[in-house]
Design a protein around this ligand. Structure first.
Ligand code: GLY
Ligand code: MN
Ligand code: MN
Length: 442
């Protein structure tokens, strides 16, 4: 993207955030919004720090993800103030002098020590809504996270600005470079760890940069939903490969899963193809007014239909859903909101004043229950798994007869399938931002 485009998008984004902040302060009854960037955390009895994770509210305003002990201050009617810690430190690399397309939108105050922020913060502290983690407290300025302010800001965060969408599209392109390298490494017979390293090398991001820990799962490991072990042994003969890995760009996440069969003539390959085609269809259902709960239930019916076509289920999709049998093969939700956090906020929010929309009965893993509106970004990630724990429960229960167990046994060694794209709800047709990123490198 040309620098001038991102300049314009960012200034529009900042205007939106300032309007939202004004309203949040009005609702909470405060005069100023303060957002500390967060501080380093140390391991017990050690001087070793945990990877720094910036306050997501801070990176909503600024594309800065490595700036501990800094503050964003918003006062209605004034330009945003950035208190920017650039310490005098010869042990570590210090943040660079502020530069880039964002600097003109804020007044910047450089400080050399965290406490130098104190005289720059608006007074009195009691009139400030301070959104952050407890460890960010500086004197009287302790995060209070007023509920009315947080509820409003989190709800509004669901509606991505053009600036945010541009950054999220770039996070797709970065992750796709990694996915391409990873599948090549799988075809070469490399270990999970080696595939992970190939991924990191191709994205230029490691575990600290990535929005979540890479799931690099060979064979039955694909049946562990959040498998993050990274085995060091090369498989004697690989059967399948499930990779769930994203990338970050200016603080925004992508969250992408693909599944591959080593033998492209296998029945498992055909099962992947069927799931992939179904997933594309599910992505097309991301439309304003659609209820995400219903999309999740529809996904159960579609996946149960695939399992019936492949001879795994002996009952109708409707019966499989009603009896919970489909849940043994698809035990997670269809997806979740995505943005500054991989599992972004407000997936259950009933309104900008708080409240929760309940999950459908029997679907405790669903992470989003909202009715879709333009600007929301979410994942669509159906899966079919062969998980020993869940299948043995099913086999001992009242609905064991719904399943052809010989067909289950034929698929067990492949672990599972998940196909995950990131989709934007618009005024019209949905925008799948993942598939074009793959298409552009194929
Ligand atoms: N990568 C975690 C998830 O898909 O939700
Ligand atoms: Mn996801
Ligand atoms: Mn994922």
């Amino acid at each position: 993207m040309a620098t001038s485009d991102i300049d314009i998008l960012y200034s529009q984004h900042m205007a939106v955030l300032q309007r939202r902040a004004d309203e949040a302060l009005r609702r909470g009854g405060y005069d100023h919004l303060l957002i500390p960037s967060g501080s380093l955390h140390y391991q017990l009895f050690d001087d070793r720090d945990y990877p720094y994770a910036v306050n997501p509210h801070f990176k909503h305003w600024l594309p800065l993800t490595q700036l501990p002990d800094s503050w964003l201050v918003h006062t209605p009617g004034k330009r945003p103030q950035l208190i920017y810690l650039q310490p005098s430190d010869y042990w570590h690399v210090v943040p660079e002098a502020p530069s880039g397309w964002w600097v003109d939108q804020v007044d910047i105050h450089i400080i050399r020590k965290p406490e130098e922020a104190l005289p720059l913060l608006p007074k009195p502290a009691a009139r400030c809504a301070i959104i952050g983690e407890r460890q960010s407290a500086l004197g009287e300025y302790a995060p209070n996270n007023p509920q009315a302010v947080v509820d409003y800001l989190h709800y509004q965060r669901s509606y991505k600005t053009g600036y945010e969408l541009a950054l999220m599209r770039e996070a797709q392109r970065i992750a796709v470079r990694g996915h391409r390298a990873a599948v090549r490494a799988f075809r070469e017979g490399l270990s999970e760890f080696e595939i992970h390293m190939a991924y990191c090398s191709a994205t230029g991001q490691d575990a600290v940069d990535a929005p979540y820990r890479n799931i690099v799962a060979l064979d039955t490991h694909g049946a562990v939903l959040h498998y993050t072990e990274l085995g060091r042994t090369r498989p004697a003969y690989p059967h399948s490969f499930l990779i769930d890995a994203g990338a970050s760009h200016c603080g925004y996440a992508s969250d992408i899963t693909r599944t591959y069969a080593y033998d492209t003539a296998s029945e498992f390959h055909a099962l992947i193809d069927a799931t992939d085609a179904a997933q594309i269809g599910m992505g097309r259902s991301v439309r304003a007014g659609a209820d995400y709960k219903q999309l999740h239930l529809d996904a159960h019916l579609t996946l149960a239909g695939i399992l019936k076509d492949f001879g795994v289920l002996k009952v109708s999709p409707e019966e499989a859903l009603a009896t919970g049998v489909s849940g043994a093969f698809f035990p997670h939700g269809l997806g979740h909101p995505l943005g500054l956090q991989v599992h972004d906020v407000a997936g259950f929010a009933a309104s900008d004043k708080g409240g929760t929309i309940a999950r459908p009965q029997g679907h405790p893993a669903l992470r989003m229950t909202r009715v879709l509106e333009p600007g929301m970004v979410m994942t669509i990630e159906p899966g079919i798994y062969f998980i020993d724990l869940l299948l043995s429960e099913l086999r001992q229960g009242a609905h064991a007869g719904s399943v052809d167990w010989s067909r289950v046994d034929a698929f067990r060694r492949y672990g599972g399938i998940r196909i995950e794209d990131n989709v934007v709800c618009t005024e019209g047709d949905p925008e799948n931002i993942t598939r074009p990123a793959f298409a552009s490198v194929e």
